[in-house]
Design a protein around this ligand. Structure first.
Ligand code: SF4
Length: 328
């Protein structure tokens, strides 16, 4: 009887190898890519799935994902990345998918000791246990360093043809890629903004702000320059036309958390969005930021549209803006 597994496909070399190893053993493979608002590698995974001849399903996060980003049970990496909790969440989703489609087990390309956060031996055990997969989760690249899983004990997978790779070196992985005929070897990347120091700073700034942050607020962390006015209020400024459009669109959404949208009326410059109490001071702060990032405006008559009204931004406000400290 042909057994079927689900391989978590990030689009990286490890998950490509995991697929190839299973295919070599005659196991039917379904690929699953997990997408969060912070990841960006689903296009690469689609190409990889095509190249390897497997069907790909992309699963998105639900709103409860943000709970673990804000309060991870197992800590974070160097940035805001809660990798262990995130992997548990992914594998819980994979388990549900496995049950839906009647697959037999889950496979992941994780390599013991490769990443400081989430791939230490203890973390790999934790992830298998807390996702309720336990020995239905097989890591073929490091399987020989671990206890045999159910697919190995049952003989669905031949343990002798699995590997004992450990650590950060890619040497053995690249040799395996050659052995399995993989030509386009991707460079290592998490593809996740939560690991980036600059982006993480914005995430922590949002978490420190009073009130509950929602998906809308997190989505906007990827857009524009962020300036904090006070603990409750911040301004986002578009960096180009596309971002100006994104800010305009986000402000119009029914779940928008923004309180004002500002745009130059008689000169060229960025759009600004205000999040937090719409006080005169906050509007002036946002207007002065627009002037700071604009050229060729009449300092005495720089008109800015604030939703349905027009204000004249003064030089004084521009001077204020120059003293602001960017939150990002
Ligand atoms: S790098 Fe990002 S997507 Fe990957 S496990 Fe960590 S938090 Fe999750």
């Amino acid at each position: 009887m042909t057994r079927r597994c689900i391989v978590l496909l990030s689009g990286g070399l490890d998950s490509m190898l995991a697929i190839r190893i299973m295919q070599e053993q005659g196991i039917e493979v379904e690929a699953l890519n997990f997408k969060t608002i912070f990841t960006c590698c689903q296009d690469q995974s689609a190409q990889v799935a095509r190249d390897l001849g497997v069907r790909l399903t992309v699963v998105g996060q639900e709103d409860d994902y943000l709970d673990l980003v804000e309060k991870p049970q197992f800590g974070r990496g160097k940035g805001a990345n809660p990798c262990v909790d995130c992997r548990i969440y992914m594998f819980e989703k994979a388990k549900r998918f496995m049950e839906q489609i009647g697959a037999d087990f889950i496979v992941s390309g994780e390599v013991a000791g490769q990443r400081p956060m989430s791939q230490k031996r203890r973390d790999l055990d934790r992830i298998a246990h807390h996702s309720d997969l336990d020995d239905l989760l097989l890591r073929p690249l490091s399987a020989k360093l671990m206890r045999p899983t159910l697919p190995e004990r049952e003989g669905w997978v031949d343990r002798e043809q699995l590997y004992d790779i450990e650590g950060r070196s890619r040497k053995r992985l690249i040799a395996l890629a050659k052995k399995y005929g993989l030509k386009d070897i991707p460079t290592p990347s998490t593809g996740c903004s939560l690991t980036e120091p600059k982006f993480s700073k914005k995430v922590f700034d949002l978490m420190d702000a009073p009130g509950e942050s929602r998906r809308w607020d997190y989505e906007l962390l990827k857009v524009g320059r962020h300036f904090r006015f006070n603990s409750q209020t911040k301004v986002i400024l578009g960096r180009d036309e596309a971002e100006n459009d994104q800010l305009r669109y986000a402000h119009q959404l029914s779940d928008a958390n923004s309180t004002a949208s500002l745009f130059p009326e008689n000169f060229l410059g960025p759009r600004a969005m205000l999040i937090g109490p719409r006080t005169d001071e906050a509007i002036e702060f946002a207007a002065s930021l627009i002037l700071r990032y604009s050229r060729d405006y009449d300092a005495g008559n720089a008109l800015i549209r604030v939703d349905d009204e027009i204000i004249n931004a003064s030089e004084t406000e521009q001077a204020k803006a120059l003293q602001t400290i960017a939150a990002s």
